[in-house]
Each structure stands twice: as structure tokens, then as C-alpha cells.
Design a protein around this ligand. Structure first.
Ligand code: SF4
Length: 348
């Protein structure tokens, strides 16, 4: 365990604050830009590696700040190439992030909270209570770690990011947004926001806020049922933020952004595998160009939720396609290392 310190995390400072710090210390504001580049573009873990900065300045930084970098404690590789990282934070809490390779792309699935604020019945993360939100740098570091692994094991940089790991990203909106700013900025990773998807279980107020702020990344909604009674039984927060509110917020989002909405949807045996469920889904999402990902479910230990049979999946596909809604069936990745959707629960 690392020695705890009361020094400030330097990466909580904006570029302007860092420039100010140097001016107040009698140095040039430009020094702030140099340090900022080391911190974000080059992901420096210590001040010592900042070789274009004098020893005196590095000592000054050491006396005032720390760099609270994450550590990948354990990296597990699945037989299908998926990699799961157990990521230790500066206060010894652990989150998980996943690298998902396909023939043409590498996707990082990152966490936004330690545990989760919500209580979806089918999700392993929900069993860990929400301990805290991740800071922007802790989110950014997960992405950098996966980018490095992608270069090392697949010979290519990371191509896409989904906020679908542990936590509800819209319950940590400010920090998620700051992390995305860093990921997309030239001083960070310079990735296009079009390659980033924020996946929410549906927080209407925050979806409207994102629309008002003109964000450029993609939106995915974990819907799982378009019938209130069923959705509330599997995602209890739906009692407060129901489908009518969610739909209104998504209509608002589409009105402002004109971006297609993706719905993540698992079909479970005996829960939402009937024709009426598929019809309700069509009714819910037909107001705007939509895409539905039917995701294979990975049972978590109690067996209460089971993946529906192929006939039910086929029924969903036919129903959606007949109404002109794009649908993809997503096979699960990384099951053998508990890295698949809904399985992240710090078991390793
Ligand atoms: S599915 Fe997502 S929002 Fe629901 S409890 Fe799990 S991590 Fe939280």
C-alpha cells in the first residue's frame, strides 16, 4: 500500500491553473504547458521522467503535488482475445475495464464509478454498493492502459470507447465529460468523439442536459424492456424515472442532435421473451432512427436470469426488421474471465 499524502493531485488542475501555479512560483506560464503535456499526452507517472524540465522545477512539483496514477493490478486474457484489467486506484479501491478486440477494431469498455448508484437485478456490479465516483484522470488512465495493451497485443491503437463498465456514467456526468474532453483533445489522445459511446440505463434529466450541451459522442440506452411494470421489476429505479420520461428525454435528445439512438437489450427467458415485449420495443423506439443491440446474457451466479432461447431472439429480430429498425445480435466476449456485460464485480 502506498503512503497516503495530503498533497494535491496535479491532474485535478486545469491547464490554466497549472500555468498560474508556475507564474506565482516565479516561472514562466509556458512551463505549465510542458508539464500538462507530460501528464496527459505522455501519461507520465512521476515528475522525474519530465526530462525537459529542470531538476529544481521537478523538486517544486514533488513538494506540492502527487500524480495519482492507476495501477493495473491484474490483467487477464480470455481465450477469445478479450482482456480484463483489474485497476487499483490511489485509495486502494478497484474497478475493472475491458479490451474487446475484433478483426477491425479494438474497443475499451471503461468504468465510471466504483460500484454503482443503481440497482439492476441482473447486474453483478449492482451488488457492490456505490463507493465513489471516479475522477476524470482515473477514467482517462483506464483508456490509456487499454490503448497501450491494444498496441502491444494487437499492433494497433485503440479505436473505440464505450462507457459500459462499472457504474452509471450519467450519475458521474461531470467527471465523465471531463475525461472525454481529455480523450478527445489534442493534448490528450486526440480521439474523435464519434468513436465514443456513453451507455446509460436512462437518466432522463441528464439525457436532456447532454442534448443542451451539444455533446458530440454517441448515446446508448440499456432499455431491456419497454413495458414499465417489467422494466421496474428488473431495474427498480424505473419506478422513479419511468419509460414515458425516458422517451420524452430521448425525443428531446434526437430533436437537438439528430443522432441515431442505440438501445442495448437483453432477452431473458420468461421475463421479456414474448411477442408483446418485442412489439412494445418497436413502439418505444420508432420515433427516431434507432439501432437495437440484442446482447447475449452472461448469468451471474444465482441463476434467476437466464438467456432466452434462439427462437425468442429470432422473433425479436424479425419484429424489429419488419418495422425498419436496425438490429444486431451481439455474442458475448470474455465470458471465461467474467469480463462480459453485467459481469464486472471485482471477483478476480
Ligand atoms: S447495469 Fe449498469 S446501471 Fe445497472 S447496476 Fe449494473 S452497472 Fe449499474
Amino acid at each position: 500500500m502506498e503512503e497516503k499524502t495530503s498533497k494535491k493531485d496535479i491532474r485535478a488542475l486545469t491547464l490554466e491553473q497549472l500555468r498560474d501555479f508556475f507564474v506565482k512560483s516565479g516561472d514562466k506560464a509556458f512551463r505549465g504547458n510542458q508539464v500538462y503535456e507530460w501528464l496527459w499526452q505522455k501519461s507520465a507517472h512521476t515528475f522525474e521522467v519530465m526530462t525537459n524540465i529542470s531538476k529544481e522545477t521537478r523538486d517544486l512539483l514533488n513538494a506540492n503535488f502527487v500524480i495519482n496514477h492507476i495501477k493495473v493490478d491484474l490483467m487477464q486474457r480470455s481465450s477469445d482475445g478479450t482482456i480484463k484489467n483489474a485497476v487499483r486506484l490511489h485509495d486502494d479501491l478497484v474497478v475493472e475495464s475491458v479490451l474487446i478486440p475484433t478483426k477491425t477494431r479494438t474497443t475499451a469498455c471503461v468504468s465510471s464509478q466504483v460500484g454503482c448508484s443503481l440497482d439492476c437485478k441482473f447486474c453483478a456490479t449492482a451488488r457492490l454498493k456505490r463507493m465513489r465516483n471516479l475522477n476524470p484522470d482515473e477514467i482517462y488512465d483506464q483508456v490509456v492502459a487499454i490503448d497501450n495493451e491494444s498496441r502491444l497485443y494487437f499492433d494497433r491503437p485503440l479505436s473505440n470507447i464505450v462507457f459500459m463498465g462499472m457504474g452509471e456514467p450519467l450519475m458521474n456526468y461531470k467527471n465523465v465529460l471531463k475525461a472525454i474532453e481529455k480523450i478527445t483533445s489534442p493534448e490528450g489522445l486526440g480521439m474523435s468523439p464519434k468513436r465514443i459511446t456513453v451507455s446509460t440505463s436512462g437518466v432522463p434529466r441528464m439525457i436532456k442536459k447532454m442534448a443542451d450541451e451539444g455533446v458530440k459522442f454517441n448515446l446508448a440506452v440499456s432499455l431491456h424492456s419497454a413495458i414499465d411494470e417489467i422494466r421496474t421489476s428488473i431495474m427498480p429505479f424505473n419506478a422513479q424515472m419511468n419509460l414515458a420520461d425516458l422517451r420524452e428525454a430521448l425525443q428531446y435528445w434526437y430533436g437537438k442532435t439528430k443522432n441515431r439512438i442505440t438501445y442495448e437489450y437483453v432477452v431473458w427467458k420468461g421475463i421479456n421473451d414474448a411477442q408483446k415485449d418485442a412489439d412494445a420495443l418497436v413502439q418505444f423506439c420508432r420515433f427516431a432512427p434507432s439501432k437495437v443491440n440484442l446482447i447475449e446474457y452472461n448469468p451471474i451466479d444465482d441463476g434467476e436470469f437466464q438467456q432466452a432461447n434462439d427462437k425468442a431472439i429470432e422473433m425479436y429480430v424479425t419484429t424489429l426488421e419488419r418495422r425498419g429498425i436496425t438490429v444486431t445480435v451481439r455474442r458475448s466476449r470474455g465470458k471465461d474471465i467474467d469480463a462480459a456485460c453485467g459481469q464486472l464485480a471485482n471477483k478476480s
